[in-house]
Design a protein around this ligand. Sequence first.
Ligand code: 2NL
Length: 344
Amino acid sequence: MKETLEALLNEALKKVELAEDERSLQEVRVSYLGKKGPITEVLRGMGKLSAEERPVIGQLANEVRDQIKASIDLKEKELEDIHISKQLEEEKLDVTMPGRPIMQGSRHPLQSVVEEVEDAFIGLGFNVEEGPEVESDYYNFEALNLPKDHPARDMQDSFYFTEELLLRTQTSPVQARTMERHQGKGPVKIVCPGKVFRRDNDDATHSHQFMQIEGLYVDHNVRMSDLRGVLDAFVKRFFGEDREIRLRPSFFPFTEPSVEVDVSCGICKGTGCRVCKQTGWIEVLGAGMVHPRVLEMSGFDPNQYSGFAFGMGVERLAMLKYAIDDIRHFYTNDVRFLSQFKRV
Ligand code: 2NL
């Protein structure tokens, strides 16, 4: 029995030495020390031994088992060290290499223009107001002096959910709501940016969904000359100090009188070119004095208060400022387009 155990030990130690990887070492561990291994078998057969033999063989079997286990553990550590140093040898890391560039986004040009316009008007004492894109027929039309039979209310021109609910066609309802909240007490001095929706076929200059900024100033003695001064200051700040504005008579149901506002052409400086169609002027916005009925419906006494209002398309402003020839560029989100508006 003693010889068997010693032979077992030598055999196991040799196999441990020959093991070349983790897996074959694991096989040695299972075959010698496992539940079905020879050592377990010896320990299990102890009952058959004589009383003198039993402690001697028992101790020897335990020693053999411990030695095999120790040599396997040692070999395991050796194999691991070899593995690590091989890895260190093979995988070279050059810490001086430049890192991968991180893709950096940029503000959408429409958002930049909205912020720029907001900042110009904040500088002139206006507040920014926003409101819902799904509007009631009342705030979108009725409160703006567009009665039920007005052609602009044609079901064909707007996105209706029900008879009473639609996607707003302008941001004016935000102004009507704000006036109402002021309960007939001025001043109200606000700009309202936001998305608006109209049933229209998309092309290079039209979109069924676009952005608008409207402005409203209601107080005692607000005059047309105040409108002119504010718009002149805005245009000079947004397009450049050398630009002029001119007002032409026009019509909107919510303003009286109404005007179209042109800005002098920045390309030809007024002499006439392709951009201004030889006129020297480019139309940028519509405006006027708030209609007394509109003031009245939102709770302001038209004998005590007057006001001006204006509205402009954000895409149009951006297209004029950055010479963009197709409104659809704003919605396609091609990075080659968007990345040109990165702030440096
Ligand atoms: C345009 C013209 C305009 C207004 C919008 C307005 C709002 C209230 C009262 C009166 Cl609450 N007017 N807004 C006035 C004149 C013109 O927009 O061409 N927009 C793109």
